[in-house]
Design a protein around this ligand. Structure first.
Ligand SMILES: N[C@@H](CCC(=O)N[C@@H](CS)C(=O)NCC(=O)O)C(=O)O
Length: 234
């Protein structure tokens, strides 16, 4: 069977993995998950106990969660190195370093802002503390990422890699939460523009918007979440 990537909308970090699968170009399927209505229930928890996206159903029908694990699964199959590097190369080391930073410190910095956004009842002073702390955390991680960006067009070298696709789904949360002034981080701003201009990222954004972009043909279609749960949930 083809692997099935469960991606979340709206504004899911998994948008980057959709672009990555499309770029690798091997047959895959997608499964669309409405994070606001379809994830926080016991049925979905049988796929991912943390009730999060992304989730990968591998070509052997195993359930694999966590962005880094899914990216590593894809990297191991990217034998023509369309989106990765030889695993013993310095480029691979740098790619893994940047992916780890983005998936931990950079992504986690947004947690207080998401918490404030999702709180239905909270005192204004509680929200203010969360927002202030969140904005300060996001600003710090932006400054650190700005310092990590080199002189190459993409995070590692002159082509799109898993480091860029890990970043692009998360980086846009800065605008969503009006957390920082993007112009204060010119290298990151230029990098994001280059990543977003890539056709596979445009494809992933269109998928996220519920459109049916043509793509490369590698995506063999979307599988309803109910079918995925029926076939693969524990
Ligand atoms: N550690 C997980 C985090 C995944 C994650 O935070 N997913 C978000 C969407 S981008 C989610 O499902 N959030 C829903 C929630 O926790 O309410 C990973 O890297 O895959």
């Amino acid at each position: 069977m083809e692997p099935i990537l469960l991606y979340g909308f709206p504004s899911g970090s998994s948008m980057g993995l959709v672009a990555a699968f499309e770029h690798v170009g091997q047959p895959y399927r997608l499964c669309r998950v409405d994070m606001l209505t379809e994830m926080k229930n016991d049925t979905y928890a049988r796929l991912n106990g943390r009730q999060e996206t992304p989730v990968l159903i591998t070509d052997e029908g195993r359930v694999l969660t966590e962005t880094m694990a899914i990216a590593a699964w894809l990297e191991a199959r990217d034998t023509t190195r369309r989106i990765s590097f030889d695993r013993r190369s310095p480029e691979a080391d740098r790619m893994h370093q940047l992916m780890a930073f983005v998936n931990t410190g950079f992504t986690a910095a947004f947690t207080p802002l998401w918490a404030a956004f999702e709180m239905e009842t909270a005192k204004p002073e509680t929200l203010a503390v969360l927002r202030d702390f969140g904005r300060a955390s996001v600003a710090l991680r932006h400054a650190q990422l700005e310092a990590l960006i080199g002189d190459t067009p993409f995070l590692v070298g002159d082509r799109l890699t898993l480091a860029d696709t890990t970043l692009i789904g998360v980086a846009r949360w800065a605008e969503f939460h009006e957390a920082v002034d993007g112009n204060a981080y010119p290298r990151l701003a230029a990098l994001r523009r280059r990543i977003e201009a890539e056709s596979v990222v445009q494809y992933a954004l269109a998928i996220e918007d519920g459109e049916k972009p043509a793509g490369s043909g590698a995506c063999l279609g979307q599988v309803p979440l109910t079918d995925v749960i029926k076939r693969f949930a524990a």
